[in-house]
Structures are given as structure tokens and as C-alpha cells.
Design a protein around this ligand. Structure first.
Ligand SMILES: [Zn+2]
Length: 396
């Protein structure tokens, strides 16, 4: 991973001038660095805005109006001009018109540079059986154009190349449609069935719409499954995925999963090695209408009693989803597992101070990976011993 910020790499990165390894390093840095990610989002937003601006020729009257303005600027521009008058001129409508026109021109140029290599379709390769694009069976290769459906029956599987940013494998009995493919956004719709994605692109370029939530890739590998009722299950194997519906968002790291339901959206993410009773209680809390809101105490009791250090992933998300009374209980349980770092106070967390929540999450993330590292090394006994010291439950 780059130890320094990567904003200087954005241009080369967006134009595909970095090696695959360097691109991946930029993507990884973006996942972890809020500063660079914010800047990258701005770059991306600028490109998106430019896309939506209609291209209109400037009317002659605009040029006529600009003439005296430009002449005046030339006359008393230079040494005599004060900062104040320059600042003031920014707010003149005519100056705003020039600025807007210039911004448009820059936007279009940037967009053209950024999109000239865009492909209007994705390549599809047959893995097994006879996948179909529209109503036609494909041979060993096919092309999935915008708006087209790719469908597999019980005996077929296919692989899609997502431009140059990744690959998606389509399992049997699955229906997917290509909704968008351009450098700022690649989007599939998964109507039913299961797909696995491996994406090596900057965060939030690849999206999958399901009937009950949108999976936004943050540099990752994952599987996504949609059942006949429109519910979905996301399982992340590397990196992070954000599951979104309207203003609700779940951030799901490697080793964790998250379900969605029609009409509700994403539930709360959980590590798949959490205890069964923890997972059952979480499903009730997220999706059982009878469990909300007054009867939430039941499943919440189970969650707080069963939570290990890793399960602070789940508890952290619950902070913003429960009312203040239940939030206070979650805070106490979390603080016992991973004390809040400097700068994070009980009051701040209970008031959902965004910066404090982020600081605490950064601290928690380190502890989740420690835990998984220990698990991989097979030092389970040791972690259980440590669990007692740290207030772990020592449960699988
Ligand atoms: Zn950075």
C-alpha cells in the first residue's frame, strides 16, 4: 500500500496509465484514506456532472454582453486592482456566465478524455451449458449490450468481463442485465440467482442493483444472491462492499455478510463466524416487524451477551439504527470489548457524532483483522484466553 497520499496518481489512474499492481495500490489506499477518497469522489462527481450537462452553443448576445466587460477588465486590471474588487467581480452574473462556460468546456474535455475508451458492451464467456443473451444461446463467447439480459438455466454458467476493471461469474438459474457501462459507473441488475464478482477498480465504480438494495464495490471480491422473494445475501471474501438503499448503508468487510429485504433494505452486517444465536437474533432485530421497536430488547439482549471483539462490526452499525435508550446499551457493550480511542466520548457517540463514530470504527477495524489473523494461525486457545482478559465471550 502507498504510505503517502495518492491524489497525484488520479490522472494516470483514471486514464489507465498505471500498471495493474499500481492501480490496485491506489484502490487499496482509497479504501483506507478518507482524504484521498473524498478527493477522488470529487473528481468522479465532476465527470458525472459534465455528463449530464446539455451541450448548447453560447448565444451571440452573450458575446456582445461580454465585450465591454472584458474591455473594462483590461483597462483597469493589473497593479491598481484591489483584492476586494476582484472578489466582487466573481459575483457579477456575466462573470458567472463565463465561469460556467469555461467549466462546461473543461468538463466536456475531461469527460471525453475519460470516456474515449469506454465500451458499449461486455464480453461474455460460456463456462458450462448454454447461457442465453436475450433469446439467443451464446457459443463460447458473446456480447452483452446495454439493456440486455444474460440468463443461465440449471446447467449453465458464464463469465463476464466488466470492461477492464474486473470479472463476474454467473451461477446456474441466474438472470442479470447490463444497466450501465462507462468509466464512472458500471452497473448490473441481479434479478435472481447468484453471482460472484472480483473487482480491481477504485471504490464505487461497480454496482449491482438487486430488488432490495444496491451493492457498491469498494475494491473487493464477493458473492451476491437474490431469492425469489427479492431478498438478497451478500458475502464478502476480500476488501469491502457497501450495501445501500436510500439513506441506509451497511459497510461489509471480508469475512462478513449482510442480508437485504424488499421494503426494508440492507440489514446489519455480521461476521460469518459469529455464533448462531447471534445471527438469529440479528435477523429478528433487522427484519421481524414484530420485534420492532419495543420488543427489540429481546434480540438485543442476545446480541450484547454473545458479542465478541469481531462482532463490534455489528454493534457499530446498530448505534445509528437504534433509539437513544438502546444505543446507550450498545455503547456500554462495545466499550467493554474495545474501549473508544482518545477523542471519542460517550456523549459524542450517543449523539452520533460522525467523526467520533469514524475514529472508533478505525480502531475496531484493526482489532477485527488481528482476530482473523490469530484465527488463521490457529491459535484459538490463546485467543480464548485473551478473550477472558478483554471481556470476550470466547465463543465461536
Ligand atoms: Zn490518502
Amino acid at each position: 500500500m502507498f504510505s503517502k497520499h495518492v491524489d497525484k496518481e488520479f490522472s494516470a489512474y483514471c486514464q489507465g496509465e498505471l500498471s495493474a499492481a499500481e492501480s490496485r495500490q491506489v484502490a487499496e489506499h482509497l479504501i483506507g484514506c478518507h482524504r484521498c477518497r473524498a478527493e477522488f469522489e470529487e473528481v468522479k462527481l465532476g465527470v458525472k456532472l459534465a455528463e449530464h450537462l446539455p451541450q448548447i452553443a453560447a448565444p451571440d448576445s452573450l458575446w456582445n454582453e461580454l465585450q465591454p466587460f472584458i474591455a473594462a477588465r483590461t483597462e483597469h486590471g493589473g497593479a491598481g486592482e484591489t483584492k476586494r474588487s476582484r472578489f466582487g467581480s466573481l459575483f457579477q452574473p456575466r462573470f458567472a456566465a463565463i465561469a460556467a462556460t469555461t467549466a462546461l468546456a473543461i468538463g466536456f474535455t475531461a469527460f471525453w478524455l475519460y470516456t474515449r475508451d469506454a465500451r458499449p458492451f461486455w464480453e461474455v464467456a460460456r463456462i458450462d451449458g448454454a447461457p442465453r443473451i436475450g433469446s439467443a444461446r451464446i457459443g463460447d463467447k458473446g456480447k452483452l449490450a446495454l439493456g440486455q439480459w444474460l440468463e443461465t438455466d440449471s446447467g449453465s454458467r458464464a463469465r463476464i468481463d466488466v470492461g477492464t476493471i474486473g470479472q463476474v461469474e454467473i451461477d446456474p438459474n441466474t438472470r442479470v442485465r447490463l444497466l450501465q457501462t462507462k468509466p464512472t459507473e458500471h452497473r448490473l441488475e441481479l434479478a435472481r440467482g447468484r453471482m460472484s464478482a472480483r473487482i480491481w477498480a477504485p471504490p464505487k465504480l461497480f454496482f449491482v442493483d438487486t430488488p432490495s438494495g444496491v451493492a457498491a464495490d469498494l475494491g473487493c471480491a464477493y458473492t451476491l444472491e437474490v431469492d425469489d422473494a427479492g431478498g438478497s445475501l451478500l458475502r464478502v471474501t476480500s476488501g469491502w462492499v457497501a450495501l445501500q438503499l436510500r439513506d441506509r448503508e451497511s459497510m461489509v468487510p471480508a469475512g462478513a455478510a449482510c442480508a437485504t429485504r424488499p421494503g426494508i433494505g440492507p440489514g446489519t452486517p455480521y461476521f460469518e463466524d459469529a455464533s448462531e444465536s447471534f445471527r438469529v437474533a440479528l435477523t429478528r432485530l433487522d427484519f421481524d416487524p414484530k420485534a420492532a421497536p419495543d420488543l427489540k430488547t429481546g434480540p438485543l439482549d442476545v446480541l450484547l451477551a454473545e458479542a465478541r471483539v469481531r462482532d463490534t462490526l455489528t454493534l457499530w452499525h446498530l448505534l445509528a439504527r437504534l433509539d437513544s435508550k438502546h444505543r446507550a446499551r450498545v455503547f456500554e457493550a462495545m466499550a467493554a470489548l474495545v474501549p473508544p480511542p482518545d477523542g471519542v466520548t460517550r456523549d459524542g457517540v450517543l449523539q452520533l457524532n460522525e467523526q467520533m463514530l469514524q475514529l472508533w470504527k478505525d480502531e475496531l477495524v484493526k482489532r477485527w483483522s488481528d482476530d482473523s489473523g490469530l484465527r488463521k494461525a490457529g491459535i484459538k486457545v490463546w485467543t480464548q484466553g485473551l478473550g477472558k482478559i478483554n471481556g470476550w465471550q470466547g465463543k465461536k
